[in-house]
Design a protein around this ligand. Sequence first.
Ligand code: SAM
Length: 288
Amino acid sequence: MKQRAEPEGGVLYLVGTPIGHLGDLSPRARALLIAVDTIACEDTRHSGQLLTALGSTARRCSFHQHNTQGRIPQFLEELGNGHSIAVISDAGLPGISDPGEDLVAAARQAGHAVICIPGPCAATTALVSSGLPSGRFCFEGFLPTKGRERRERLTAVVEEQRTTVLYEAPHRLVKLLEELQQLCGDQRALQVTRELTKRHEQQIGPTVIAALEHFQRHSPQGEFTLVLGGASEQEQTCLSDEQCLEQLSARIEQGMKPADAAKDLARIAGRSRRELYALLHAQQNQAD
Ligand code: SAM
């Protein structure tokens, strides 16, 4: 089938770039990055190496989380003037835990065509190689780093019955594994993928406890994507009194009132709020 000529004027292209292995840049992505008018790069210096190696002389323009709102009107004007723009991130697919989403929405709203030149994405690469169910899955990206928001998102993640994919920074990985172990127990299925497509690519699992024990022995280095098996109905109701008290104390230490902590935990522990509140009281009475 004859393909249309690319790039076309007035079109915004989202271009997937390698997440490690440079051989994963597609011929179509390469041709487009050479021929397009402007390339919006998450980091012009980082992408400069790839673009120079390709021989691309397209205008490079920074486009990251701190200048998104200022850049969008400029890019819309360029598109309106019939120029073509490619968006690339440091690695992988723009718009997946990377800049791109707001620009795509604005371009579509302004009536411009948006075309994705697909490429590697750590989330889907980790998912399909994990051995966990991939027919239905959720993507959570990076969890909030602390506070109530983190707790709520983690609670939702461990309750989720579909496979969930998460990104995490190396210095936070052990903390996340400890939290998952507290909330889902030892045996929940988990594959931690490290350095996908790179020389030292690794899969560490097959359970939360196996991954935790591994990273307690080997300090996490590199890039990580986690694939967590979904909760079974049985798992949602298996927290013991001791586990419930640990969970309640953690919530109270983070600033929740006891009644709110009981209400929050009741959603995942398979226990009623009243029962959890009574457990807390019994513990306090014992301590007095
Ligand atoms: N847009 C990218 C994509 O499509 O995969 C994701 C960008 S996000 C800012 C970066 C995170 O993706 C990393 O912190 C890590 O969690 C994950 N990641 C990226 N490259 C990876 C790799 N080669 N192996 C494992 N995880 C990776």
